[in-house]
Design a protein around this ligand. Sequence first.
Ligand code: FAD
Length: 417
Amino acid sequence: MFNHKKTDIVVLGAGPVGLTAAHALAKKKMDYVLLDREQRTNTHSYALALHPETLELLDSLGLADQVLERSLQLPRIRIYEDDHEKAALDYSMLPLKYPFLTVISQGELEHILVDSLPKKPLWNHRVRFIEDGGSALNVSVDRLMEGMTGYAVAHIEMQIDKILDYEANYLIGADGHESVARHIAGIEFPEVTPSADYAVFEFKTDADLPNEMRIIIKDQKTHVFWPLPNGHCRWSFQVDPGDAPADSLNKDHHLIQFGDHGYAQLDREHLDHFLTENAPWFKGSIEDLNWRMLVKFEHRLANSFGRDRIWLAGDSAHMTPQAGILSMNVGMREAIDLAEILSDYHTDTERQSALADYNMHRLAEWEHLLDLDHHISAVDKTARWVIYHRSSLIGNIPASGETLTELLAQLHLIDAA
Ligand SMILES: Cc1cc2nc3c(=O)[nH]c(=O)nc-3n(C[C@H](O)[C@H](O)[C@H](O)COP(=O)(O)OP(=O)(O)OC[C@H]3O[C@@H](n4cnc5c(N)ncnc54)[C@H](O)[C@@H]3O)c2cc1C
């Protein structure tokens, strides 16, 4: 029943972040295994846009053309109050190789990452425990297989087929917001700003969709419109706290509660109501309304990006406001950093020193991205409306690094360089 294997690096989680780490390790011909408890990649849009730097990262992995073929490119964001335009952010003016946002469903992105990966993820491999034995980690894994249960109505359930033991030097924990890696490393994951609940709808429409993302701020709530490929669009409407159950951030869980009422799912009437209230300019048809749910977006930041032999990237270390798509995009760059550190340095002393720097830089970067360091503030030219709604914008602008600095300067929320 037991099976012992050795590897240099275990990558835990084959979401976009773990897949990116695996690509970088494969490129450097490193000895790694990529484990995921699911049977395959996710099939939904979830985090649906790539920042310009993320497309550059995918370009360095030889994947940018495939992504561009299956995506929409948006050069602009417009910010509204009701139907009055208040500000615009223009990526096309920036000195970037790809001066736009790339809209692609997370499922499509994960397919591209898996198809092009030379050493595929080991699906149905659930990490149950990680033990630090000092000179190496022991990673205990349940290999799962489908089995029939013997209830009155038979149904398929995953069962443990074998328990595998991996002895590894390091583990990259890309295992999402409920990270086992983070838990076992004893890293805290405190809330940094209050969570926000969104009613999310995706549908096909005959509307002539604008080639831009739109953020609508009204009554201290933030609503977001994304045009999607093939005549589809996504709307996210912020709803009052408490309208979404706490366990709603679960890939397989369709929401069943709205306000004081229980609903199997959000329905067409909710969508009509939200559109009339918040986006009267939207006049298109609503067809194939196949995604309609309440999602709670928690905003958390780990107090460390790793310890000893366990290091974190992506949602395992941060959860962010929905419109900025920061957690996935920045997480993919963290994955590359971790993979490069582990590839470029070979002794524990060298690796530990580079990993300590990784921790320091990542914490500083996130303090900056979420403005926990309070660097975003008004300058002489800042419009009063923008100052007033500053907190609705932080974390909701899909950009990081220099691009975020340039976009904040377009809003006059920091001094232009
Ligand atoms: C409904 C929904 C809507 C979303 N919408 C948005 C949005 O609009 N904007 C936005 O920015 N973000 C959104 N997100 C969040 C976005 O999906 C994440 O930021 C992104 O997936 C993070 O990627 P990741 O690779 O870090 O983690 P994940 O994609 O969560 O991948 C983690 C992987 O680890 C695997 N795993 C976990 N534990 C184990 C274990 N013990 N053993 C083996 N495998 C394990 C999981 O199966 C999973 O495949 C949404 C998420 C959901 C669920």
